[in-house]
Every structure is written in structure tokens, then in C-alpha cells.
Design a protein around this ligand. Sequence first.
Ligand code: 5CA
Ligand code: ZN
Length: 422
Amino acid sequence: MRAWTSPELPRLGHGVAEPVRLHDTSTGGVVPVEPSGPARMYVCGITPYDATHIGHAATYVAFDLLNRAWRDAGHEVRYVQNVTDVDDPLLERATATGEDWAALAERETELFRSDMAALRVLAPDHYIGAVESIPLDVELIQRLQAQGAVYEVDGDLYYDVHADPAFGQVSRLDEAGMLSVFPSRGGDPDRPGKKHPLDCLVWRGERPGEPSWDSGDPAIGRGRPGWHVECSAIALRYLGDTFDVQGGGSDLAFPHHEMSAGHAQVALDGRPFARTYVHAGMVGYDGEKMSKSRGNLVLVSRLREAGVDPLVIRLAILAHHYRSDWEWTDEDLAAAGTRLDTWRTAVRATSYDAAVTLLGEVRAALADDLDAPTAVAAVDAWAAGVAASAGTGGSGGSQGSSGESGPDLVRALLDARLGITL
Ligand code: 5CA
Ligand code: ZN
């Protein structure tokens, strides 16, 4: 399906940024990520039954920082994202409100596109819906069947998690840990007929009143795909195996990314699905994780309608490290507004030397596991320095040898690396 229009990305001179190091859930450490050829990233997309909230926005802004870091390090980036435009929560919401499920999905996907564009998030190269990827899912399920990794339970097809010897290596949870989160994240540990409580659905047979598709294969029948197979199949088709980063919020590490990796690795005879698994922390509001099902949502579109500058929303997000869990507050937004004003005042009077120093600091912070708060603090310190030297009549306006001015360099830097235009 159609993505959204990416903002222009200024090219920064001054050599290339250093390679990016990222926290990898599967090893538990910060590791160098060294793409060979184009950098390949898959980030799990929305389930479009409600509007984009700050938690979603924070997750996509985090991976946008990675996209921008790779580009500044000289990589071409291949970025793929899905839209889970058919799944239980979407169908349940449509049933509850009496809306057509496909119309609901299309409307919320369109709102997401406009929120992402407003937040200056670079668009994926391939934006793929679950419905349009059903033939890819069927093909993957057939490969899993050929490996003996699929069995039937009353017309539904289940994946045997132990078919992948590496099961557990993405989330690094033990079985008790897996079982404790499985039911709240789409799993059905107690379904009779399953071989193991953690086995997951790959194909849900046709039910009255639910959308279904003909798989074209009598051994699979009519129905709809399970959730994990969707991301596995889309990533393999558009990125190939052993791609650089599989990303999403930390609530996806298990079961979603564990299962998607398992499917792919069984189909690929053990070749790794992704090299690195990167997870953003959960954003809360009013003391709980922000979620559509809890209803404690701060919606990007609602803030925009209320006249909040989307760049201020983006800057409020950047004040938090992507990996930490944090709480959204109205004060965050006010602080980001003040900060943006301060930066906009400072940029007019910056010296070229101060701009070059800032470039090095921002690049270094972001190369270190996308440390946006440190990058933001460096910009704050630069702005304070500019204000202090303006007060003493000091050093505004000088240029580098290329004729580039300090203000031009800082504007390009913050635009290219933080997505903030001054
Ligand atoms: N469609 C699936 C992924 S294939 C899905 O999880 N959709 S979602 O709409 O529920 O979430 C979209 C993305 O936002 C996921 O990466 C999820 O981990 C992330 N996310 C959801 N809630 C939060 C939150 N409160 N804070 C941070 N990220 C969140
Ligand atoms: Zn996914």
C-alpha cells in the first residue's frame, strides 16, 4: 500500500558519521551494527483500529533516528513496515462500533500516515498491508509444513515453537516468563489440542461473520493468517534473511518477534531472521502503559488539532531515551516548546566553530545507541553558549572555508539527524 511522503533530508558534509551501536535484545548488550551493503530494517507497523498515540509516535521516531543515523554514516537504507490491517483487535473494534473493518483500517491508516508526515518521520520504502500479503503468508506456511513445523487444531493451523532450536533467543525469556505475557499479547496457552501452550496460530480457519481468504491450498483451506507469520513473510520477501534490524516496541519482543524469527528460521533451515532486535520502551500516561485497549491515550492527531506544533511533539519525545519506559506529561510539551524557541533564537547568532563542535557531539551521541537526550543536551549547551557570547558581543556569523555559515550548518544538522527544523 501507499506510504506517506518523506520530508527532504539535507546531506551533511564534514565526512560521514561513525557507525551506529545499538542495544540488541537478543544479546542484552550494545553491539556495533555493521550493515554489509544497504542497511535493512523492518519495523512493525500499527494495527489500525484507533489513532496514533504518543507511544506509537515515540517508537517510530526512535527508528527514524536510526534511519537518519545510517544515512549520515553513508548507508543506503532499505526500510520496510507493515500494517496489520486484519487481526482480532481490529475486527473486535469494528464489530463493537458497527463499522466495516476494512473502512476502519483504511481510515486509521490514513490518519497514521498524516501523523508520521507531520512528525517528519521518513517513510518506509515498502509499506505492506497484512491483507495484501496473504499470498506470502500462505507460501511461508507451506514451507513450515514441509519442515513438519505445523499441525492442525480443529481447522486452525498452529506452529510448533520447538521446531526452531533457537526458540527463546530473541526475547531471552524463560518459559515461565513467556507464559506470563503470552495471553495478554494475543496468545492462547490454554487452547485444548495444542501440543505446547506456547505454540502459536499461523492460520485461522474460516469463521462465520469473519473475513476470510482462499489460500488456494487444500491443506490450508480458507481463513486468515496469524499475526506473527505476517511480519515474517513480509520481511523475508522485501528484505531477505539476516537483515540488520528488526524493530518495534518492547511489548513485541515476546511473542511477536520471537515467533516471527522462529517461522523464518525454520523455513530458512536455520539461517537467522535478523541480526539485531531493537526495542523501544513503553510510553505511559496516568500511571499505566498507553494503549488502545486501556483507553489512556494521548493522540498525536488530537494534539495537532489543538494547534500543537508537531515539531514540539517530536522534540518532547526526543527528550527521552528510546529504550527507557517513560510517562508523557503536559509539562514535557511545554518544555519542548520553550526549548525549540531557544534553539531558534540561538541559531541566528551561532559561530561556525560552535556549529562544527555541535555536529561532532550530536553525531557521537546518536551513534551511541541513539542517545537523543544527550544530543538534545548538547544542543541546549550550544544554545546557552551562543546566548552567552552574544551577550559579550562575541563570535556570530563566521563561515567555514566552503562558504557554509554556522546557522546553515546547525539547521542542516538538526534537520538531518533529529528531524527538527529551526
Ligand atoms: N501491528 C502490530 C505489530 S506487527 C502492533 O503491535 N501494532 S500496534 O498498533 O499495537 O503498535 C504499533 C507499534 O507501537 C509497535 O511497535 C508497538 O510496540 C508500539 N507501541 C504500542 N504501544 C506503545 C507504547 N505505549 N509505548 C511505546 N510504543 C508502543
Ligand atoms: Zn510485526
